[in-house]
Write a protein that binds this ligand. Structure first.
Ligand code: ATP
Ligand code: BTN
Length: 259
């Protein structure tokens, strides 16, 4: 991977601008700083290695060199897109899972932000916003994909099993080709984010759909119930044993199959 290779691989996408790093702390940090300085819509940060990659709530996301895809795409939402921003994680998740499907893989979305293959985490999404006073000015879509086997962290640091595309396919797909396909899908799906069919496609890909799950709500709290779909804002909808429908909002939540 290098700047020139990326520029030519992504040339037909009409991106804002591209910043490539052999090694960086976190592409999301770079993208947020760039967004605050006025990065254009569809500007992109890509790194071969991250030394301080982040998941939700500052949990570490490991990106060893030459093995993974790590990028952050900056969107400058239009006025019409602003009410739909809570669906952005679905936009990224659907874009990634559709690409994996074209590779013959059955990807599922572990709400809210993980992509599973064979029940294991193959990719993660981190959505962050840059604010201007009390208005969202830019949204950063951070994506990490475990491409080659070497990207999968040692099991002792994981609280959920992980896997790579190479494990599943027997080969590691070209990272530039993968990146192009994911970005092209994001760009193509973006105008449909507000539609019912977008929400339906997102629901269809949910891991544990119809299954009994436990949702850990941070601290000691947890709720149990069956996954029955998504609310319009992308919250997870579960039904508890008394038939009560509980919306699970984005935040400090962890989803596990009920065992
Ligand atoms: P869950 O456990 O339900 O996936 P979480 O909130 O604990 O949710 P996230 O914030 O989604 O986890 O992701 C961060 C976690 O992902 C880290 O705590 C680490 O265990 C794991 N992780 C870090 N790097 C990778 C990687 N390259 N592939 C898969 N998992 C990773
Ligand atoms: C998660 O599962 O919690 C989300 C992981 C998101 C990782 C990506 S890698 C590119 C971007 N930069 C980061 O620091 N995080 C995201």
């Amino acid at each position: 991977m290098n700047q020139q290779e990326l520029e030519s691989a992504l040339a037909n996408l009409n991106l804002g601008a591209i910043r490539y790093f052999d090694s960086i702390g976190s592409t999301n940090d770079e993208a947020l700083a760039w967004a605050k300085k006025g990065a254009k819509d569809l500007s992109l940060v890509v790194a071969d290695e991250q030394t301080m990659g982040r998941g939700r709530l500052d949990r570490p996301w490991l990106t060893p060199p030459q093995t993974a895809l790590a990028f952050s795409l900056i969107l400058r939402p239009t006025f019409a897109e602003k009410p739909l921003l809570s669906r952005t994680v679905g936009l990224a998740a659907l874009a990634i899972s559709d690409v994996l499907q074209t590779l013959g893989l059955d990807a599922q979305i572990k709400w809210p932000n993980d992509i599973l293959l064979n029940g294991r985490k193959a990719a993660g999404i981190l959505i962050e916003a840059a604010w201007l006073e009390d208005e969202v000015q830019s949204i950063v879509i951070g994506v990490g994909v475990n491409v080659a086997k070497g990207s999968v962290p040692a099991t002792n640091i994981l609280n959920f099993p992980a896997i790579s595309l190479e494990h599943m396919l027997g080969y590691a797909p070209d990272r530039n080709v993968l990146l192009h396909a994911i970005l092209a899908n994001i760009i193509a799906l973006r105008p449909h984010m507000g539609t019912d069919s977008f929400l339906a496609a997102w629901e269809k890909k949910l891991a544990y759909y119809g299954r009994q799950v436990r949702v850990e709500l941070g601290g000691e709290k947890a709720v149990a119930g069956k996954v029955i779909g998504l609310e319009s804002d992308g919250s997870l909808k579960i039904r508890d044993d008394n038939g009560k429908i509980i919306p699970v909002r984005f935040g400090d939540v962890r989803l596990r199959l009920f065992t």
